[in-house]
Design a binder for this molecule. Structure first.
Ligand SMILES: NC(=O)c1ccc[n+]([C@@H]2O[C@H](COP(=O)([O-])OP(=O)(O)OC[C@H]3O[C@@H](n4cnc5c(N)ncnc54)[C@H](OP(=O)(O)O)[C@@H]3O)[C@@H](O)[C@H]2O)c1
Length: 330
């Protein structure tokens, strides 16, 4: 058990952050969680976690509000920067709406970390900052040396492109800051994250899986899928935080497969469930089809990271959808 260690988690009511906050509290950490609205009922689950009454303090902080972020980070020895605007439900967002909060938010968080003399910062990036590199050799698995090419991303047409750019640019900003900071900075790049959710409102990646199961769209995100369990992402964040040897960036991906293989798996796991036979095309994502399926999480595994089977993740996701009323029981 960790006693008297105070850490800040930005965007603590979100899908990934909620699991991290739960794990941190169960390990004995005191957590300063930033939320945009502490009275939003979508943040109520945080207050029900074990040890929350004693060890969780919520701070109202938008990513644009330096003073509010600084108050939340003050007194903390570690910070997990997770908050980012994530596109939802196919609603197109502009460059300004996605890149500006990611960059200004990261700058504000890192400057507040400098001011508060934070010792370790863990930044949640994404494999979106890794995989879009046309120059990477096709026969070599993409690892932490592979960075998405921003010129290439600007040439994309789909509505996810500004999100991919936002993640790539914010991770580069964190990397630059790490070179001149006394703090240890580690970046974690999760793949598409699925698994049970703790918050009441569905998040973007869970909705992708739900729509895949219920029908409506052809692909979960792209033809080729990289998937990881939300609890394994939270484990990875805690692991790199606590391990002194952790340095640089870490790809956090467990399963690589394509849409057809995922659908086959679902049909085998749930023979009584009716799956859609036809799907609408997901037009906006055609540009990512050329990406290879090889992505290595060896660096994270060498630190001791383990991940769940895809079957366990799918099963727990389905139960979570049923409990929330998103998916009828067959
Ligand atoms: N889920 C995935 O498949 C996946 C994969 C790779 C990386 N990631 C990264 O993981 C992180 C968390 O994603 P998630 O899936 O957990 O998404 P999420 O549930 O939508 O969480 C995003 C969080 O960011 C907060 N946020 C957004 N704009 C903000 C702003 N202007 N000021 C302050 N907070 C703001 C949201 O707060 P509100 O509740 O107030 O909106 C929410 O708590 C993000 O950095 C995302 O890029 C996610």
């Amino acid at each position: 058990m960790v006693e008297n260690q105070r850490v800040c988690v930005t965007g603590s009511g979100g899908y990934i952050a909620s699991w991290l906050v739960k794990f941190l509290l169960s390990c004995g950490y005191t957590v300063h969680g930033t939320v945009r609205d502490p009275y939003d009922e979508n943040n109520d689950h945080l207050k029900k976690f074990d040890n929350a009454a004693k060890n969780l303090k919520l701070f109202k902080a938008d990513l644009f509000d330096y003073e509010a972020l600084s108050s939340a980070i003050s007194g903390c020895s570690g910070v997990f920067h997770i908050a980012t605007r994530v596109p939802f439900e196919g609603v197109p967002l502009t460059e300004e709406e996605l890149i500006k909060p990611a960059l200004t938010g990261t700058k504000n968080v890192l400057e507040a970390c400098t001011e508060a003399k934070v010792k370790k910062v863990v930044v949640v990036s994404s494999i979106a900052a890794v995989v879009y590199n046309p120059k990477w050799p096709k026969d070599v698995a993409k690892d932490e040396d592979c960075w998405s090419d921003t010129q290439y991303l600007y040439s994309f047409k789909g509505y996810w492109r500004y999100y991919y750019l936002a993640k790539t640019l914010m991770e580069r900003e964190a990397l630059e800051w790490s070179k001149k900071s006394l703090a240890d900075v580690v970046m974690v790049c999760p793949s598409v994250t699925i698994g049970p959710r703790l918050q009441s409102k569905i998040n973007s990646s869970s909705l992708g899986l739900l729509k895949f199961i219920k029908g409506g769209i052809k692909s979960l995100l792209s033809e080729e899928l990289y998937l990881v369990d939300v609890r394994d992402v939270a484990d990875a964040l805690l692991l790199v935080y606590e391990n002194q040897e952790a340095k640089g960036r870490y790809i956090c991906n467990s399963h690589s497969l394509d849409n057809n293989a995922l659908m086959e798996k679902l049909k085998n796991m749930y023979p009584k469930r009716n799956f859609p036979e036809s799907f609408a095309e997901r037009k906006e994502e055609e540009e990512v089809k050329e990406e290879g399926l090889r992505l290595s999480s060896e660096k994270l595994q060498n630190l001791g990271w383990k991940f769940r089977s895809l079957e366990e993740t799918i099963d727990d996701s389905v139960v979570s959808f049923e409990v929330a009323g998103d998916l009828p029981k067959p």
